[in-house]
Write a protein that binds this ligand. Structure first.
Ligand SMILES: [Zn+2]
Ligand SMILES: [Zn+2]
Ligand SMILES: [Zn+2]
Ligand SMILES: [Zn+2]
Length: 379
């Protein structure tokens, strides 16, 4: 069976890891192999003689793979959203069915009522045009960055897309920029974006392979410390999800101190990195360290992010968790924890919506710690 990885770093026949540069490529379509034997086998028995032309026509193996994954992801997203989008129209092209692709509508942000329904193609086209315009006019970095957000953040409610919608849109992003030269910002940024979409749909192994390829690329081209920190931060999250807790904790410590040095304590990235580190500390049962970091971070976050910010909600959720999980928790700790969760649950519902993973995570924690508290309350 042919195994295509998300970013093609493996032999197309035997799946040997090739890294970014080793092995052999098909001279026409750039499909990658570990050596001539696998290449010959792929041509003779793997159906490559039939496919090679269409792969070349699509722009090479990586492009062909990305286009295919994109089409699949759009179909999955439209189907998953079908009930929610029934009778609605796209806010961009105003149609229910896309004129060209015939794809259905999606919605995967915090938009409610009749707002925010769209085709993945229309969202992608908008992001592409807006970013291209910023590039052509050489607009400054901040504007470019804001435009890039359109690949993973809804312009109406300003929340990140989640689940299958994030996944489809990030494939769109990768297929748009993968042809750029290796050292170009948009190409590695598209890898970051794709990995986040894969992560959002639970494709952690795939996200990991994209992120490892991305980090290797960044280090090879001598990218800035900022870019490398972002890549390490994302990689750490994936390690944690895959159960590789030790490397995750190590990376998160590095990332937090890196951001602290680079941007100072009140930058959003530093605060997010602190929250990520806390999550790993809690997992490692390092409660005292987690609580100390939170006590230092929460006042800063309250001042700079405000109570309605998603990261602030996660920080407070983690604080509640740190109080409860500690075996030395007092009854007052438990009460404070449940009261905190009740408060942020209301805020999360209002700001992020009930379907947002942060909201559902808070709800789960609230349910659990209400029970813990009930069992400890004196009768
Ligand atoms: Zn091979
Ligand atoms: Zn070929
Ligand atoms: Zn549309
Ligand atoms: Zn929205």
């Amino acid at each position: 069976m042919t195994i295509y990885k998300m970013i093609l770093t493996q032999c197309a026949v035997c799946a040997t890891e090739l890294g970014l540069s080793s092995g052999k490529k098909c001279g026409r379509c750039s499909t990658r192999y570990c050596g001539p034997e696998c290449q010959v086998q792929h041509w003779k028995e793997g159906g490559h003689d039939q496919l090679c032309k269409s792969i070349k026509k699509a722009g090479g193996a990586e492009q062909y793979n990305a286009n295919k994954k994109y089409t699949e992801a759009v179909a999955v997203a439209a189907e998953k959203c079908a009930d929610d989008t029934k009778g609605q129209t796209c806010y961009i092209c105003t149609q229910a069915l896309h004129w060209k692709t015939k794809e259905g509508l999606v919605r995967g942000c915090a938009c409610r009522g009749t707002a925010g329904f769209a085709h993945v193609s229309c969202l992608a086209e908008q992001a592409k045009i807006l970013y291209a315009e910023a590039e052509e006019n050489n607009l400054d970095h901040k504007v470019k960055d804001a435009r890039w957000h359109r690949w993973h953040q809804c312009s109406l409610c300003e929340q990140r897309y989640h689940g299958v919608v994030a996944c489809a849109l990030t494939w769109a992003c990768w297929k748009t920029y993968l042809g750029r030269p290796e050292g170009k910002w948009a190409r590695t940024a598209a890898m970051t974006t794709l990995a986040s979409g894969l992560f959002a749909t639970g494709h952690y192994e795939d996200a990991l392979s994209v992120q490892e390829a991305e980090l290797a690329t960044l280090q090879r081209v001598g990218a800035s410390e900022e870019r490398i920190l972002v890549a390490q931060n994302n990689l750490a999250a994936t390690y944690a999800r895959l159960g590789h807790f030790e490397p995750a904790l190590r990376l998160k410590r590095d990332v937090y101190s890196g951001y602290l040095k680079l941007y100072g304590e009140d930058h959003r990235y530093t605060l997010e990195a602190a929250n990520n580190l806390v999550t790993s500390l809690l997992h490692a049962h390092l409660f005292e360290e987690a609580k100390a970091l939170l006590r230092k971070t929460l006042p800063v976050a309250r001042r700079t992010l405000g109570e309605n910010d998603a990261t602030m909600l996660r920080l407070r959720g983690n604080y509640a968790e740190a109080l409860c999980k500690d075996p030395a928790a007092t009854l007052d700790d438990l009460r404070e924890s449940v009261a905190t969760l009740e408060e942020i649950e209301r805020t999360a519902r209002r700001v992020l919506g009930g379907a947002h993973p942060t909201t559902t995570g808070i709800e789960r924690a609230l349910q659990k710690y209400r029970e813990v508290l009930a069992a400890r309350e004196p009768r």
